[in-house]
Ligand binder design. Structure first.
Ligand SMILES: [Fe+2]
Length: 305
């Protein structure tokens, strides 16, 4: 009697054992796969200059390119730094509505222009419920201005690169609390996992040198002033790619196997045409295991006359 009942259970177990093993191996191993990421930065979404039409055209091209995920690189809107609440709030609403037209999952990075009311000329009191980064945190950032996630064998870290001065201006900074969070996040990630970082203000850029000479110091508004502290945290880890925005230029620098890519601008020169010869566009990154290649895709936008 018992044998009759047990036998089917035993055979069922034998039959499904290979399936169970495969499930355990695939869940436990950080197996990298091929996938496509699109990095879009400096959208500067605004109703003027047909900025919304431009973002829609970029989205149409993004959807055609069929990425597996999209990361935005900050300066999503223009502008919350200096605008009143009504304008800032409506730009956030417009951005969220248009972003939802992107077929792939989207992960947002904060830029300086998402900071609500920082400039005193905005007339916003620092006591406002959505002052500063709170507007981004509540509406877009899912409770934070920095976070990380795993995707098909890679670890992605989205940075907040915006610091505030005491007189309510912004500069490039990764703050102390965030540095400590990065260290803890990397410990959990481990040394064998390939890592990609995305942030708005560049960690590394040489573009200023091409314009002002190699001896010129970069402005604290243009680069992260403590990038050395950020990069030191990654020394024992496999940081392969840093995607950055802010400068509206296309630039690639490789140091010790880490590629720093400045990703142009979806808006070009704030929807007034290409910026210093760099057309409106975004970066397409194709991953194949731990390897990757990338290119800048101009989506053919023509600014209004
Ligand atoms: Fe920008």
């Amino acid at each position: 009697m018992n044998t009759k009942i047990c036998r089917p259970r035993f055979f069922t177990l034998v039959l499904f054992l290979p399936v169970l093993l495969a499930l355990v191996i695939s869940a436990g191993g950080a197996r990298a796969e091929s996938f496509r990421l699109i990095f879009i930065c400096d959208i500067h979404l605004m109703p003027e200059l047909n900025g919304a039409g431009g973002f829609r055209a970029a989205i149409a091209r993004i959807n055609e390119l069929d990425p597996d995920l999209v990361i935005t690189g900050g300066d999503l809107i223009y502008d919350a730094l200096e605008a009143d609440y009504k304008r800032s709030s409506s730009l956030y609403d417009l951005y969220i509505a248009l972003r939802d037209e992107i077929d792939a999952p989207v992960y947002d990075v904060i830029g300086n222009h998402e900071v609500f009311g920082l400039y005193p000329s905005s007339g916003i009191d620092p006591g406002h419920a959505e002052y500063g980064k709170k507007m981004f945190i509540d509406r877009i950032g899912e409770g934070s201005t920095y976070r990380s996630f795993d995707f098909r064998g890679w670890h992605f870290i989205l940075l907040d690169t915006i610091g505030f001065t005491s007189d309510r201006k912004y500069f490039g900074l990764v703050g102390r609390g965030q540095l400590e969070w990065i260290a803890r996040d990397l410990e959990k990630t481990g040394q064998d996992t390939p890592i990609a970082v995305a942030g708005h203000i560049p960690l590394v850029s040489a573009y200023g040198q091409t314009k002002k000479g190699a001896a010129s110091a970069a402005s604290p508004n243009e680069v992260v002033v403590n990038s050395h502290e950020v990069l030191a945290l990654f020394e024992e880890y496999d940081l392969k790619l840093v995607l950055q925005g802010h400068l509206h230029i296309v630039e690639q620098i490789a140091i010790k196997g880490t590629h720093f890519v400045t990703g142009g601008a979806v808006s070009g020169a704030w929807w007034k045409g290409p910026f210093e010869g760099f057309p409106e566009g975004f970066v397409v990154v194709d991953f194949d295991g731990a390897r990757f290649s990338y290119y800048y895709e101009s989506y053919g936008w023509k600014a209004e006359d």
